[in-house]
Design a protein around this ligand. Structure first.
Ligand code: ASP
Length: 341
């Protein structure tokens, strides 16, 4: 059943979630005093939100593209190019960390609010801009997702640029890791998820990552999965994720964030409530290592992490800044997921 947002739906949502949290006996406390609405300064301008401080350069490029009359999808794609080309970034694009076999396998997806279109590539090798490969899948094929060798072959046929990877510095890291066995596995991972409300009122998003450092070859995280690492609903809002993909994709995390916004939650409330819900089923607290960003149709935005201190970038026509999302700082685990005694 589709729950239509009503003027009172936010109040109802808050009432429902408070009752739910109380009845589950599980209450997280947020790092900030209260979840708050963050209104965009200029309702007519774009709002661009991305994960981590490195997203800011991508946001700035996305804004430049929009200001030059580019489309929302161009802004997402070309914005993400900046991070994919940053060789100092060891978790996105060419500079990304390899898998356990020393091979860089990249994940990416893109969504267009108008038409509810999506494209994705998983475990793609040797392609400079996986976000472009995802866009080509969306625009040039009847499919949504291509993986592995097929994705690479398709990208090359489409004329996308190949690139050598891992870069030498990452190969050296990998050799060290090999020597030290698996001690550092899972320590290095991040994603750029970039979502935006374009000046025309439509929503778009994309994400790109090399995933979990030294992952098993063939492993896909949340980032190529529509509804996992990214979800866009043009009537409601957009959300993206970063962190341990396994703890996001099992819950369709970004879909849940958008779904909560549809039921009246603000972006920040939706991000936080999604993490609470996951934490009730999997009580690892901060070790869940998951974070969400969201923007809604009104241009409000917000973010939350399973730990305090998740930083994200927000760019509008009047400012471009790095903010800190709310984090879960304490928990009374209580009965978990409603089915544990
Ligand atoms: N979500 C990504 C993955 O699990 C990594 C990250 O964002 O930290 O592949």
């Amino acid at each position: 059943m589709r729950i239509k947002p009503t003027p009172n739906s936010r109040r109802t949502f808050l009432k429902q979630t408070t009752v739910l949290a109380a009845s589950a006996g599980a209450m997280w406390h947020t790092g900030s005093s209260q979840a708050k609405d963050v209104d965009m300064p200029n309702q007519a301008g774009p709002v661009i939100v991305s994960t981590w401080p490195f997203g800011k350069a991508s946001n700035d490029e996305a804004l430049r593209i929009l200001q030059q009359g580019g489309s929302g999808l161009d802004a997402v794609e070309k914005g993400i190019w900046i991070t994919e080309d940053d060789l100092s970034n060891s978790s996105v694009g060419r500079g990304g960390m390899p898998n356990a076999a020393g091979v860089v396998q990249l994940d990416s997806c893109i969504m267009s609010g108008p038409g509810h279109k999506a494209g994705s590539v998983g475990a793609i090798e040797g392609i400079r801009h996986p976000i472009s490969a995802a866009r080509h899948v969306m625009e040039k094929t009847k499919h949504v997702m291509l993986v592995g060798a097929g994705a690479r072959e398709f990208a090359l046929k489409e004329g996308l640029e190949a690139a050598e990877m891992p870069i030498e510095a990452r190969r050296q890291d990998w050799l060290k890791w090999k020597a030290e066995q698996e001690k550092n596995a899972g320590k290095n991972h991040d994603t750029i998820a970039l979502i935006l409300l374009a000046p025309d009122g439509h929503l778009y998003g994309g994400c790109s990552t090399s995933g979990w450092a030294y992952k098993l070859p063939g492993r896909l995280g949340d980032s190529p999965l529509i509804g996992g690492g990214l979800y866009v609903d043009d009537e409601v809002g957009a959300a993206g994720a970063t962190g341990l993909g396994e703890n996001v994709l099992r819950y369709c995390g970004s879909f849940q964030v958008v779904s909560l916004m549809e039921r009246g939650a603000t972006p920040e409330e939706a991000c936080l409530e999604t993490i609470k819900k996951i934490a009730r089923k999997d009580p690892k607290g901060a070790d869940l290592s998951i974070n969400f960003i969201a923007v809604d149709k009104k241009g409000r935005y917000g973010a939350a992490g399973s730990a305090a201190g998740f930083t994200y970038s927000v760019t509008t026509t009047t400012s471009s800044k790095v903010l800190t999302g709310v984090g879960l700082t304490a928990v009374d685990l209580g009965p978990i997921g409603g089915n544990r005694k």
